[in-house]
Every structure is written in structure tokens, then in C-alpha cells.
Design a protein around this ligand. Structure first.
Ligand code: SN0
Length: 317
């Protein structure tokens, strides 16, 4: 695997799932394949799970790991082309990325949507410079439009926890004080469309995802109706796509609570974390036996390890 940015990069989902379960059962079976290979985890934004799980996955494969928080260490990077660099950014990505590519065999990068400009975000202005100039394989650790390591871990979690062949999976918008990216819901929908699940997305009007993700997906604007018979409830906030980056609602009637979970088929509760308690979900629901958010986070090591393993196999060919 040469790059990992979206669902199509993983190929057959059943094969990926099989490999994930093998890796989970025996995480150290490939502990020599990454010897003398270096991965850099480069962050433009905060991280807990992504940083730790990706580092752990790389270590399980015997790799050397460099972590760089570009806002704290290194030069502030210019990302616009053709600008006179007379401001506070001493270095351009155009040099920084290929330099890093000479030191590292794999570059993993996190760069969230900035919400400054819809086109820039949806054309992946930052990530695409990494792909173009790195000269080595690139992994997205959440880009402006997608979070594929999360979605893969979510799929593994659903596969492990499901009690029927084709579970009903509901992605629900929930309120949040800030404007959050669409990356997590975009990727979740992108993956669930290809998985063997019955997917329903529910959100207030105005929160429709970009057409490339929402096309062909069942949208139910009545959250209670959407929850009926659900086997999995995945909560997430996102800012509006159509009124780009706007918070159109903070309606607490969308918070996932026990009354809503009672409408489901004893659904498992999922969230990618970090989660705002009593905004997105009540304490009672996230602390209940049906909450699988910690298992979901644990599977982040598994998804990262499959991806890095496939990249090392590609490099070692
Ligand atoms: C990020 C997001 O894309 O929604 C990362 C999720 C994996 N979440 C946040 O930035 C949460 C920040 C907050 O203030 O709650």
C-alpha cells in the first residue's frame, strides 16, 4: 500500500477485516518487518488516540518512530504557493515535506479542516502537498475531509460486536459548543456504505454531508425514528457542510440519552472520542454496559497496524 487516505486505498474490506483480526490476535507476529525503518507522525492538530495508537502499531512492527508536533517544534510552515514569505512562517511545506521524506520511510500526517475555505479543505490542500512532494508513502491521521484510521477501527469494532449478519447502524449528529470537521462522519459513511450494514444517518436539516459522501445514504431527519431498531448508535458532531463551517444548531434535544437508546435494539453506543459528556451523550449512556467507546479506541492500534504493515510490505517488495 502506497498511501492511505480513503476507503478505496484499503481494497477488499473483508480481506482487511480478516487481516485486522489476525493482527489483533497476534500483534507481535510481524515484529521484525519494520526493522531499520522510520515512520514520522506529524501533527498540525491535537491528538491522544491517534498519536498513541499509531506509535504503538509502528512499534509492534519493529519500526523507529518520530513524533513531531509542528506547532510546538520545528518552523511554522507556509502552505500557500506564490506568497512572499515576509510573515511569521519561515519554511514552506514544499521544502519541509521532501526533506522529511529523506529521513523517513513513511510519513503519517494530521491536518484538520481549517473551515477558512470549503474548496481548499475539500481539495485537501495540505494533504495533497504531502502526497506530491514526500517521495514516500503517506498515511492520513485525519485530513480535512476524512479520518480513515478511525473508520477502519470502527468497522472492526462493529464486526466484533454485532449479533446479526447485517446490523442497523445509525450515525447521529449531536450538539457541541464548537465547529467540528466533517472528517469523522464522512469517513464513517464512506466505510459503512461498503460494509454489510443497514446505514441510517440522522441530523437536523442543514447538516447534510457533502454529496460525494451522502449520495445513496438514507437520511432520516427524525432522530427518534432513526433510532428505532438500531443495533449501533454512532454519535458525532460536525459543522455544516453547505453553510460551510457554521454551527447551525446546539439543540440539546439531539443529545443521546437513555430515553433515545430505549428506542433501539439495545444498541451499542459508539463515539470516536474525545467526547463532550452531557452535550453529545449523557453520562448514563456513555457509562452504560452498551457503551463500546473504549473498545473502539483500542481498535485504533489494530487499524493502524494493518495499514503500516501493508506499507512496509510494499516497501520491502
Ligand atoms: C476532532 C474532530 O474531527 O471532530 C477529532 C476527532 C477524532 N475532534 C475535535 O476536535 C474535538 C474538539 C473539542 O473541542 O471537543
Amino acid at each position: 500500500m502506497k498511501r492511505y487516505l480513503k476507503v478505496s486505498d484499503i481494497g477488499d474490506l473483508n480481506l482487511a477485516l480478516q487481516e485486522a483480526l489476525e493482527v489483533k490476535k497476534n500483534p507481535y507476529a510481524w515484529d521484525a518487518i519494520g526493522k531499520n525503518k522510520t515512520i514520522i507522525l506529524l501533527f498540525f492538530n491535537s491528538s491522544l488516540r491517534t498519536r498513541l495508537s499509531t506509535q504503538k502499531a509502528a512499534m509492534n512492527l519493529g519500526m523507529n518512530v518520530i513524533v513531531l508536533d509542528i506547532n510546538k517544534d520545528g518552523w511554522q510552515l507556509e502552505t500557500e504557493f506564490g506568497v512572499v514569505m515576509d510573515g511569521d512562517k519561515p519554511e514552506h511545506l514544499r521544502e519541509a515535506v521532501p526533506v522529511i521524506g529523506r529521513y523517513c520511510d513513511i510519513i503519517a500526517v494530521r491536518s484538520f479542516a481549517t473551515f477558512e475555505n470549503k474548496e481548499d479543505d475539500y481539495q485537501e490542500k495540505i494533504l495533497s502537498q504531502f502526497i506530491e512532494f514526500a517521495g514516500v508513502p503517506v498515511i492520513s491521521m485525519e485530513s480535512a475531509t476524512r479520518h480513515p484510521l478511525q473508520a477502519f477501527a470502527d468497522l472492526v469494532t462493529i464486526e466484533e460486536k454485532k449479533t446479526k449478519k447485517k446490523p442497523k447502524v445509525v450515525l447521529t449528529w449531536a450538539p457541541h459548543p464548537k465547529a467540528l470537521p466533517q472528517a469523522v462522519p464522512n469517513s464513517f459513511v464512506e466505510w459503512m456504505k461498503e460494509a454489510d450494514v443497514d446505514l441510517v444517518v440522522t441530523h437536523p436539516k442543514g447538516y447534510e454531508l457533502a454529496p460525494e459522501f451522502s449520495d445513496g445514504v438514507t437520511i432520516e431527519y427524525d432522530q427518534n425514528k432513526a433510532f428505532e431498531g438500531a443495533d449501533f448508535v454512532y454519535a458525532k458532531n460536525w459543522a455544516s457542510y453547505h453553510e460551510y463551517g457554521q454551527v447551525l444548531s446546539k439543540d440539546k434535544s439531539w443529545t443521546v440519552d437513555e430515553a433515545k437508546m430505549a428506542l433501539t435494539n439495545q444498541a451499542k453506543f459508539m463515539h470516536c472520542l474525545p467526547v463532550r459528556r452531557n452535550m453529545i451523550v449523557t453520562d448514563e449512556v456513555i457509562d452504560s454496559e452498551n457503551s463500546i467507546v473504549i473498545d473502539q479506541a483500542a481498535n485504533r492500534v489494530v487499524s493502524a497496524q494493518v495499514v503500516i504493515k501493508r506499507m512496509i510490505e510494499y516497501l520491502n517488495k
